[in-house]
Design a protein around this ligand. Structure first.
Ligand code: AMP
Length: 445
């Protein structure tokens, strides 16, 4: 199959040739004909599957072939994204695909001045990429009208809900013309997503290109157990040992990002960080420098790094595990993209065992553990497996007071380390079922 057989017009084929895209990815093969035929779409596709081109190429074609010229302060297509970085990235891809077409594209998001955006919208744009909050601001200030809108794309819809944008999405829904084409992309289909789709989509075609909630198989994943306080030291050790050249590192909090960047920079390591407290221009600069290899280590929170496409990223390190298990899939999806192989290493301390268990359950695999000599944790990380069980090691038995009886080795079942000596009365707690992490809407920051 080729892009030409999918029915794309020559100016798009020429742009794809320049970009070196030869064969459509599975999501593109399914989405392009359906969108060209005017269908609504509900697509389960992770980042890295080529989903952006999957919606952007047919969208550009329809806008070129059909519909009136864009009016002042209007947009003919709207692509909603959860974060500023993703909006910029999607916009850059759309602009590349549209390079031979007479269409205008623009991206708007918060964290930067609204006035230049209002000025730019005066003439109208064919394709507007936007984050939900700024879109509403522009609409309320009459800088944008949506009555000419032909197509709405919800990109990373699950993430928009995770970030607490459900109210904004409901508001935007009320601003839209009833007659339109709507395309929804989401890494996973939760109940909330299905509800949103039920409201926004009209008889959608459902496509799923990767098994639900299963991380990309091209990524080699493993866990290094370590005590929490020794994580920075272990990171530096692994980095030097593995001669890491370009690493995206995830930390749980903004403070965690700053502390690790300070520590690395203090050691003369070329590191930078991105998180929600940093001004947009600083975030974008750090990202650009990382992409161009001017920065070796980029430390990020989940919010800042979601959906970023960095070509050939060989390694992702989870300095902290994510609180929401599904974020693990998004994080490691930064590597092993478009058929390349990648590695994802997680530094896990005893406190994080429930998160590890939730990730293993979600991805239906038990992550391999690799102890690093000299970094074996004092606080042991209990055993976990893909069934969601955390297996507590029995406490060390007290020495028997009297001689005879109870001191020998006993087999207490598969969860007992072979070197353990069982107490006379085994103190093993029953295997505990771990609660699955709440993946519902989070509070907006
Ligand atoms: P996405 O999932 O949209 O973020 O795309 C992931 C990466 O795959 C991007 O760097 C795209 O440029 C690239 N890509 C998308 N489609 C193709 C294709 N058909 N052939 C080669 N690379 C592609």
């Amino acid at each position: 199959m080729t892009f030409a057989t999918l029915g794309l017009i020559e100016p798009l084929l020429r742009a794809l040739q320049t970009l070196g895209y030869q064969t459509p990815t599975p999501v593109q093969a399914q989405a392009i004909p359906a969108v060209l035929a005017g269908r609504d779409l509900m697509a389960a596709a992770q980042t890295g599957t080529g989903k952006t081109a999957g919606f952007a190429l047919p969208l550009l074609q329809l806008l070129t072939m059909e519909g009136p010229k864009v009016a002042a302060n209007s947009a003919r297509a709207l692509i909603l994204c959860p974060t500023r970085e993703l909006a910029e990235q999607v916009h850059a891809s759309v602009a590349e695909y549209a390079q031979h077409l007479p269409l205008t594209t623009y991206a708007v998001y918060g964290g930067v001045s609204i006035n230049p955006q209002m000025m730019k919208l005066r003439k109208g744009v064919d394709i507007l990429v936007a984050t939900p909050g700024r879109l509403i601001d522009l609409f309320r200030q009459n800088a944008l009208k949506l009555n000419q809108l032909q197509t709405l794309v919800l990109d990373e819809a699950d993430r928009m809900l995770d970030l607490g944008f459900s109210e904004e999405l409901a508001n935007i829904y009320r601003m839209l013309p009833k007659k339109r084409q709507t395309l929804l992309f989401s890494a996973t289909f939760s109940d909330e997503i299905r509800q949103l789709a039920g409201q926004m989509l009209n008889d959608p075609l459902s496509i799923e290109v990767s098994p639900r909630n299963v991380a990309a198989s091209t990524v080699k994943q493993w866990v290094v157990p370590v005590d929490k306080k020794r994580k920075p030291e272990l990171f530096v050790h692994l980095m030097r040992k593995g001669r890491w050249k370009q690493v995206l590192v995830f930390a749980k909090t903004r403070n965690g990002v700053d502390a690790l960047v300070d520590k690395l920079q203090g050691l003369g390591i070329n590191a930078d960080g991105i998180h929600g407290d940093k001004p947009q221009a600083t975030r974008q600069r750090a990202l650009d420098r990382f992409k161009s290899s001017d920065v070796q280590i980029l430390v990020a929170t989940d919010v800042a790094a979601r959906g970023l496409d960095i070509e050939d990223l060989p390694l992702v390190v989870n300095f902290d595990l994510p609180i929401v298990a599904e974020d693990y899939i998004h994080r490691i999806g930064r590597t092993g993209r478009a058929g390349n192989t990648g590695e994802a290493i997680s530094l896990v301390c005893a406190d994080e065992v429930n998160m590890l268990s939730a990730i293993e359950m979600l991805t239906r695999q038990t992550l391999t553990r690799q102890m690093e000599p000299d970094f074996e944790p004092e606080h042991r990380v209990p055993d976990t497996d893909a069934s969601g069980q955390v297996v507590k090691k029995p406490k060390k038995p007290k020495k028997p007071k009297a001689s005879g009886g109870g001191g020998g080795k006993r087999n207490l079942g598969k969860w007992v380390d072979s070197g353990d000596v069982a107490p006379a009365e085994p103190s093993i707690k029953p295997v505990r079922k771990v609660p699955v992490f709440n993946t519902g809407p989070r509070k907006k920051k």
